[in-house]
Write a protein that binds this ligand. Structure first.
Ligand SMILES: *[C@@H]1O[C@H](CO)[C@@H](O)[C@H](O)[C@H]1NC(C)=O
Length: 370
């Protein structure tokens, strides 16, 4: 299984909405997970939608974002229509939770329904197949999120500064690498052998953080290092640095069933018919359980700063002249031709809009070694 990408923020907001229908221990477990995945200064119950709204407000400035959430139900009767209506409207967060009833068929038609929904939600046919399809039993609820993001750089890459290189991931692939020299917020953690780079997104309300190991290696070591404290420590050490930056022009795509991960975070019992209590959604205690939490996400690395789009009058668009930057004659190299970790952060709320790992860059495969 290669490449993981998900939105802690969109997931948390949808889980919180579903949590409104939970009762008893089920409600406690959902609250516990939402707290454990939240920032240190535990936000109040209302802060996920607020953080989500703040991120959605950056749509079309910091990035282009398409996102949708759904609640699939398998053969459940008597759902609370008021809740479904409220959830669909999205409330503060403005990403609605749509209800989709699964048919009476088995796993195959359900999988097709999930896949088609994800395609519609992200507006693209190119949606990764789920590595682990859920088997929705009668009474199952399946929570799903799908999103597609393209970052718009504060400092865009020129069209011509690009060439074809080998990305040394878990598989070797040929991909276009974009190059740009400039001043960036950067920190070199020598002890942990990782470079930390913050890339500003347009408008200054959000930024992207890239963690690149010094050497070509699998990301397990780095993933173990990542804690909230570590991230804050890295962030506090970033300084303006002259960099020769190279990034692959690819789209990072993933599809996940987060059941195991959420169980590790403390979401237990909710998966078990008879133990779970979603009676706030209708029916009696024990009639419904969570049958899966599905997550599709893609992040496009493009050269764009997005400035072009603002050109008017149908004229040939011109990229805004960039400010001259005083780059050193021999800038530090940040050469992302091997596996790295990426995050997108909303500055106002500090929330993680996106988090993921690029193990393989989509491109023509060279060979299957490493
Ligand atoms: C972002 O803006 C586009 C274009 O207006 C819109 O289609 C899309 O739904 C917006 N995304 C969100 C999450 O609101």
């Amino acid at each position: 299984l290669y490449n993981t990408l998900f939105s802690p923020l969109v997931l948390a907001a949808s889980l919180e909405t579903l949590g409104e229908t939970a009762r008893g221990a089920t409600a406690d477990h959902i609250r516990r997970v939402l707290r454990s995945s939240s920032q240190k200064e535990a936000p109040s119950a209302a802060s996920y939608p607020q953080a989500l709204r703040s991120a959605v407000d950056s749509n079309l400035t910091a990035f282009t974002l398409r996102a949708a959430s759904a609640l699939f139900t398998k053969q459940v009767a008597a759902l609370d229509q008021n809740f479904l209506k409220r959830a669909r409207s999205g409330g503060v967060g403005r990403i609605g939770l749509n209800h989709v009833a699964l048919g009476s068929g088995g796993k195959k038609p359900d999988s097709a329904t999930f896949h088609t929904w994800a395609q519609g939600a992200t507006g693209t046919d190119n949606v990764a197949q789920l590595s682990k399809e859920p088997q929705a039993q009668s009474g199952a609820l399946v929570l799903a999120n799908a999103l597609r993001i393209k970052g718009l750089w504060e400092k865009g890459f020129g069209e011509s500064s690009e060439d074809l290189r080998t990305f040394l991931g878990v598989k070797y692939t040929r991909v276009p690498l974009m190059h740009r020299s400039g001043i960036y917020r950067h920190y070199e953690d020598v002890a942990n052998m990782v470079q930390v780079l913050e890339l500003g997104l347009r408008g200054g309300e959000a930024s992207m953080l890239i963690l690149l190991p010094f050497l070509v290696e699998k990301l397990e070591r780095l993933e173990k290092l990542i804690t909230l404290e570590q991230l804050q420590s890295w962030h506090s050490k970033l300084t303006d640095t002259s960099l020769a930056l190279s990034l692959p022009r690819v789209t990072l795509r993933s599809s996940l069933n987060l059941q195991a991960a959420l169980t590790t975070l403390g979401l237990v019992d909710v998966w078990t018919q008879g133990k779970a209590d979603f009676s706030g959604l209708g029916g009696a205690k024990g009639q419904m359980h969570l049958g899966g939490v599905l997550h599709w996400a893609s992040l496009e690395f493009s050269p764009d700063s997005g400035h072009k789009k603002e050109a008017k009058d149908g004229e040939e668009a011109t990229v805004e002249e960039e400010e001259e930057e005083d780059v050193d004659v021999s800038p530090k190299m940040f050469y992302a031709d091997h596996s790295f970790v990426v995050m997108v952060m909303d500055k106002a709320s500090g929330a993680l809009v996106l988090m993921g790992a690029m193990d393989v860059a989509e491109g023509r495969s060279l060979h299957d070694e490493l």
